[in-house]
Design a protein around this ligand. Structure first.
Ligand code: DAH
Length: 347
């Protein structure tokens, strides 16, 4: 074998070994190692190039061409392998990210209305059916609307019935009841007849306990017109109670006192827990108090812009937290505003 033949055979061997080694490569890192070993500066094929200076003149062009071909072949094989590995990696990724459109969807959790909102909406709907409009009045109220115009001038002892949150602003407070809204409706509507309810949040400076909260909700009722009588008060409120609690629900009126009504009363409904037999909820009386009411006091009518000689009216106010508590037999009023999802989920 001549030198030339031996050198060319060596090149063929380099190429064959390189390709064989590439055949075995399955990972990106292996491929890089192969590139360094086979085409890098100290690889066999590069060794052939650097040894050319020592070759015979006539051998050089032949060897240079052959070595170039081997290098090109190896480089092309490398490129092909690189592309193949890349594609395989992509396919594998697609495989694991595969989307099965036949899988059932993840259930979306349904929200629901807060129990107080549910009760409030039922009350609003019931009065709506009876021809009442809804009127909104502010939660931050003036002392005048909350007390004075309701027949309780400054220092009037009846103000003590409501423990009040006052603000830094003189004469501005958080309303202790929705009754102040009565004056706002009257001043807006006088001398038109009125038939409205005023639902909303009220606040009192109370010791927090299982039975009392500083924040609660009330619904105020106001009817004003010519010849509005106590009989209409009784009929309307009884009708309301039957619509809300059921046709069999019995009610009773007890005399009471409020500064803004004269005469005043409180309405009880037969205990819906025991049906009137007496139980822990109604404290063995068989009755549950649901609202305060009365004929609008002449002073209040006048403050609202209605001449009490010509107009009369009745009003009522009910708290909805306590009755919701009783209805669902909730043991602690503070659950309502704790926002504990485990509590709220039950309604
Ligand atoms: N505002 C009273 C309270 O919070 C409830 C009330 C009683 C409202 C009699 C009225 C009423 O409109 O006539 O205790």
């Amino acid at each position: 074998m001549s030198d030339k033949e031996a050198a060319l055979a060596n090149l063929q061997k380099i190429q064959a070994e390189g390709l064989a080694a590439l055949e075995a490569v399955t990972e990106q890192e292996e491929l890089e190692a192969w590139r360094v070993a086979t085409l890098g500066r100290s690889s066999p094929v590069m060794g052939v190039f650097s040894s050319m200076g020592a070759m015979d003149q006539d051998l050089r062009p032949v060897m240079g061409k052959a070595a170039n071909e081997v290098r090109t072949t190896l480089e092309a094989a490398f490129e092909a392998k690189r592309a193949a590995l890349e594609e395989a990696a992509l396919l594998k990724e697609l495989e694991t990210e595969k989307l099965d459109v036949t899988l059932p969807g993840r259930p979306v959790e349904r929200g629901r209305l807060h129990p107080l909102t549910q009760v409030l909406r039922r009350i609003i709907r019931t009065f709506g059916d009876m021809g009442f409009q809804v009127y909104r009045s502010p939660e931050v109220e003036t002392d005048d609307y909350n007390f004075t115009y309701l027949n309780m001038p400054p220092y009037h002892p009846a103000r003590d019935m409501w423990d009040t949150f006052y603000t830094k602003d003189e004469g501005v407070l958080l309303r202790t009841h929705t009754s102040g809204g009565q004056i706002r409706v009257m001043r807006e509507r006088a001398p038109e007849p009125i038939r409205v309810i005023l639902p909303g949040t009220t606040m009192r400076y109370e010791q927090l306990s299982a039975r009392s909260e500083i924040e609660f909700a009330q619904v105020e009722v106001l009817v004003v017109g010519e010849k509005v009588t106590f009989a209409e008060l009784k009929g309307t409120l009884e009708d309301f109670a039957k619509r809300l609690f059921g046709e069999e629900a019995r009610t009773r009126l007890r005399p009471s006192h409020f500064p803004f009504t004269e005469p005043s009363a409180e309405m009880d409904v037969e205990c819906f827990v025991c049906g009137g037999k007496g139980c822990g909820v109604c404290k063995e009386t068989g009755w549950l108090e649901i609202l305060g009411c009365g004929m609008v006091h002449p002073v209040v009518l006048e403050n609202g812009g209605y001449d009490p000689a010509r107009y009369s009216g009745f009003a009522a106010g009910m708290g909805i937290d306590r009755s919701t508590l009783m209805r669902y037999r909730i043991d602690d009023i503070r659950h309502f505003r704790n926002n504990d999802i485990r509590f709220l989920r039950q309604f």
